[in-house]
Design a protein around this ligand. Structure first.
Ligand code: MN
Length: 224
């Protein structure tokens, strides 16, 4: 299950639409899974639980910034963009339901940030560091962590990075398993039994040609 987005313009649809990035669905399909998209509607807690109970795994995908109020802050940066209260509400509800029901979860970019905020963590509102905007960079992973096992490497060299925020205070029951050489947190996992992985980069961008990146989706579907 991919939590979708509101889209202002779509081909073949009259008016506004719901959707999700095509690359995520293709990566899930290559892994042998069937992607489904959940519109970011104002669902009741019961409806969210039913949606999560009806699927085998969850993907949280990239997107705009989370409203800082969700981690107890006011906006402190002019660089904040793309805040959408319906996206925040839908994804926070789905990630909480997914954690409660111990569904396998792959949280990508904004998804990692949603995971962290849902567990009480906070974000750096604007990093202001070079090297993370539309660039491939390496990530150092903790040996034996779920992310390294899925990718078949403790030092994936080409992680496509497009983010200006990062984890600041770590959420409860999370552990840091990957960092950039500049110290930026790039990967986290939960300490429980469920396969819950968050990566700050975009594995879907190069998964069609890079088995390390596709490995994250393959492992998610294996766990599903
Ligand atoms: Mn990065």
């Amino acid at each position: 299950l991919i939590v979708g987005r509101e889209i202002s313009q779509a081909v073949g649809v009259r008016g506004e639409a719901f959707g999700a990035g095509r690359k995520y669905s293709l990566a899930i399909q290559r892994a042998g899974g069937v992607p489904l998209i959940l519109p970011p509607l104002d669902l009741s807690p019961t409806q969210v639980h039913e949606a999560v109970a009806g699927v085998d795994a969850i993907v949280l995908h990239g997107g705009g910034d989370i409203d800082p109020q969700h981690y107890g802050q006011s906006p402190t940066s002019d660089e904040l963009y793309g805040i959408n209260p319906r996206h925040d509400a839908a994804e926070l509800a789905v990630v909480r339901a997914a954690l409660e029901s111990e569904r396998p979860l792959l949280a990508i970019c904004r998804g990692l940030q949603i995971l962290n905020v849902a567990l009480g963590g906070s974000l750096v509102q604007h990093m202001g560091l070079p090297g993370h905007r539309e660039e491939f960079h390496p990530v150092d992973l903790v040996p034996g962590c779920r992310t390294a096992v899925a990718m078949g490497s403790e030092h994936p060299t080409r992680c496509h990075s497009f983010h200006h925020q990062a984890i600041d205070r770590l959420g409860s029951s999370l552990r840091i398993v990957g960092r950039h050489t500049d110290g930026t947190i790039e990967a986290v996992e939960t300490t429980g039994d469920a396969w819950v992985v968050g990566v700050q980069w975009h594995p879907e961008d190069s998964a069609d040609t890079d088995p390390q990146q596709q490995g994250l989706f393959d492992e998610l579907v294996r766990r599903a």
